[in-house]
Design a protein around this ligand. Structure first.
Ligand SMILES: [Zn+2]
Length: 255
């Protein structure tokens, strides 16, 4: 039964990942999310159904548009694959409990943000609002009322803390230190994992972000690093590792 659910989630994840990656392209470019149907980003010709099968079409077409033969960004293939794997993995780890829904909502936000932030340095407010509302909804269903309220407060505090860090950073470096999208995103992460865990997520996110920055230093001409996806990766790591992290945090609080 479990295997059946995982296979189904992997297939659904690849289809949904394809949709989310498409949103990541459309929202920053102000293209409606429902119309037109999928098209080539280069020649704008509409795609036939067999050119639009997640993961498989990319491999069959050799990563190129069937009409204009322009390369399709590897990022879209990567997003479909990542979403498929994580949907299955989230269920494998958590079954259908609270953490499954939190990690799956974060996964969806990650896929959109990978495309929008890496390609256009843009984090969509719409995606943050939808993700935040879903997280609040899931929290009030699965958690005790007090705990769910605490998450709301955590989100708010995290937002204020990040805003403070931005103001300080702006003064110190005399330039925009943190994007507004990153600040709002940390608020959502506060909602998802609670206050203390948000700082752990921020730490993990910064660490993976720095690794990426070092690894991509040759290809990165404009010197900008999209921070959003790494913050969400940090939050996902916290959810995945929560059973190992939480005992330490409790000890820390007890001191
Ligand atoms: Zn084309």
């Amino acid at each position: 039964m479990d295997v059946f659910i995982i296979v189904w989630l992997v297939i659904f994840g690849s289809v949904f990942g394809s949709f989310l990656a498409c949103m990541g392209y459309r929202i920053p470019n102000k293209i409606k999310t429902t119309y037109p149907s999928s098209f080539c980003n280069n020649c704008k010709k509409p795609l036939k159904w067999y050119m639009n099968i997640p993961i498989i079409s990319y491999i069959i077409l050799g990563g190129k548009c069937a009409y204009c033969h322009k390369k399709i960004g590897l990022i879209y293939f990567f997003c479909e694959l990542l979403c498929a794997i994580l949907f299955g993995f989230n269920y494998y780890l958590f079954k259908f409990d609270f953490n499954f829904f939190i990690s799956t909502i974060l996964t969806c936000m990650l896929i959109v943000t990978i495309v929008s932030d890496f390609e256009f340095y843009y984090i969509s407010d719409r995606i943050l609002i939808i993700g935040g509302m879903l997280i609040i909804f899931v929290s009030f269903i699965f958690l005790e009322k007090n705990e769910a309220l605490m998450r709301l407060v955590s989100g708010l505090i995290m937002f204020i803390v990040m805003f403070g860090i931005k103001l300080m950073g702006n003064r110190m470096f005399n330039r925009e230190s943190l994007g507004d999208g990153d600040i709002k995103l940390m608020g959502i992460i506060g909602l998802s994992v609670g206050l203390l865990n948000s700082f752990v997520a921020l730490f993990f996110g910064s660490l993976t972000g720095i690794f990426f920055a070092i690894a991509s230093i040759k290809n990165n001409k404009d010197g900008l690093i999209p921070f959003g996806p790494f913050l969400i990766i940090g939050a996902l790591m916290v959810v995945y590792l929560s059973q190992y992290i939480n005992p330490y945090l409790e000890q820390l609080l007890a001191i």
